[in-house]
Design a protein around this ligand. Structure first.
Ligand code: ZN
Length: 499
């Protein structure tokens, strides 16, 4: 206050005194706030490499320097960068050694956590800490909160639980066991360990045949939680497969075609939109006329030799697919009925297999977007595969990366069928087998993954261990089929070809 008083009085008294006034002002100023050297750095001084449980408090020390050494009285702001938690103080001054000590209570939001200290523009130091495995398990919660499915089908998404400690931090490596609480369903992969997020997933849950609510109970130590599924009946079958034969089939062939068509129409239930074809097509690759209305899938069937030198029994192609969804509109199959009967195969099974391709297994948009090369990445198929005895390949070694190591059913990358060495006699493996070729729940579930409404209770009983490839006589192991030998055209809802 002294300088202000002097200044005003001298201004009033005389203009000559102005230089003196300025000098006095500067002198007075320096007495009030001592000019310090500019700050040059802030660094972590103590507390590197600490680990503690969430909710515990650790100490961090930062040091601030100027050109001559540690800077006393420097203002430092402290804040959490990641992990949640708290710091005290959030703002403070360095002591005479240029240091500031911070109490850091670790949060529950991340395993690796970070705080930062700021002493001015560009002067920032960060310190990391690691949260140790959480305390004892405290809470077990199931998710998703709502599961559903048709009776006899696998649930719509994998049932899972999350295990947390009292501070809300994930508990890793704890055993969780799932068991049926109500309903006559089937489970697979019922005992599993929580991962680093505290999550444990039930391998598979096929619902029982009743409708209403069915439940599983998950247990981790003394904690339990219940997961409910809402179970409904599937709708009535609505898929119509129209068969058009190119030649007059024998009674035997005609019966086999009817049976195969009926089989698929009770498994795949979807009603696809009718389409009236408005574009002219090449009759040699897709024999459909302009103005023809198709509900839901038209399949043209040829019977005759295909390629006996290469042991080809059948061929399947979609020549006209629906733009957008990729579902088929017109397909054709070729079946060497004479060779099939001569070698003792079931004609109905071969036709069923080829119709399966036309509907989308191994070809088309919906298959392609889930095809990881070595596996089919659909969650319904994964659960059905697990229930059929499917396991992770030994080569995965605990490392989860590719589709196979995530438990998805294996695919033969060369032929776009289920892997013959795993699925053996299943209907949609490539090599034809003598005797029953079950249309498994894995195949039905794959159609569900591809976007069809399906009835999984219509699948044939199938377990991988009972249908190994070795059961197929060696001399029959060479009979195969071919899929999508010509690329499809795509048609819009207006019946015109989409470029
Ligand atoms: Zn095939």
């Amino acid at each position: 206050m002294k300088w202000r008083y002097l200044g005003t009085s001298r201004i009033r008294s005389s203009l000559i005194t102005v230089p003196v006034l300025v000098l006095q002002f500067l002198t007075a100023c320096s007495e009030q706030t001592a000019p310090s050297d500019p700050l040059t750095s802030i660094q972590v001084w103590g507390g590197i490499g600490q680990s503690a449980r969430a909710g515990e408090t650790i100490t961090a020390v930062f040091v601030v320097r100027n050109r001559t050494g540690p800077a006393a009285g420097a203002s430092v702001g402290i804040s959490i960068v990641s992990g949640g938690g708290q710091v005290r103080p959030a703002q403070g001054l360095t002591n005479t050694d240029g240091r500031i000590e911070v109490q850091w209570t670790l949060g529950t939001e991340a395993r690796s956590q970070r705080v930062k200290a700021t002493a001015g523009p560009g002067l920032v130091a960060t310190l990391d800490a690691t949260v140790l495995n959480g305390g004892p398990p405290w809470s077990l919660t199931g998710f998703p909160s709502r599961l559903s499915g048709f009776r006899g089908s696998v649930v719509d998404s994998p049932a899972a639980v999350r295990l947390l400690d009292a501070t809300g931090f994930p508990v890793e490596g704890e055993s969780v066991t799932f068991s049926l609480a109500s309903g006559d369903g089937t489970l697979a992969g019922t005992t599993t360990l929580t991962d680093s997020n505290g999550v444990a997933r039930l391998g598979a849950w096929r619902l029982g045949l009743g409708v209403g609510t069915q439940s599983v109970i998950a247990t981790a130590g003394s904690l339990t939680t219940t997961l409910d599924a809402t179970v409904t009946a599937p709708p009535l079958p609505q898929l119509n497969i129209e068969i058009r034969s190119y030649s007059v089939p024998s009674w035997e062939v005609s019966n086999a075609v009817s049976a195969a068509k009926a089989r698929w129409e009770t498994i795949v239930l979807s009603d696809l939109p009718d389409v009236t074809v408005q574009s002219k097509l090449d009759p040699s690759s897709c024999p459909v006329n302009v103005g023809e209305s198709i509900d839901d899938v038209l399949v043209i069937v040829w019977f005759g030799a295909i390629d006996r030198e290469s042991w080809v029994l059948g061929e399947a192609n979609v020549c006209l697919a629906r733009a957008g969804s990729g579902f088929p509109l017109v397909g054709w199959i070729r079946v060497d009925a004479e060779a099939i009967l001569k070698w003792g195969f079931e004609l109905e099974e071969v036709i069923e297999h080829e119709l399966g391709h036309v509907l989308g297994l191994g070809l088309g948009t919906q298959w392609a977007i889930r095809d990881a090369g070595d596996s089919f990445m659909g969650d319904a198929a994964r659960q059905a595969y697990r229930l059929a005895g499917g396991t992770y390949p030994a080569t995965c070694g605990g490392w989860v990366g590719t589709g196979l190591c995530m438990g998805y059913p294996p695919v033969d990358p060369w032929s776009e069928h289920w892997d013959e060495t795993v699925f053996g006699r299943e209907l949609m493996s490539q090599v034809a087998s003598i005797g029953p070729e079950p249309l498994s729940a894995v195949t039905v579930a794959a159609f569900r993954d591809m976007g069809y409404v399906v009835d999984e209770t219509r699948a044939s009983p199938f377990h991988l261990s009972s249908f190994l490839a070795a059961l197929t006589p060696a001399e029959h192991g060479r009979f195969v089929d071919r899929v999508q030998v010509l690329p499809p055209l795509y048609v819009g809802a207006d019946g015109r070809i989409v470029p």
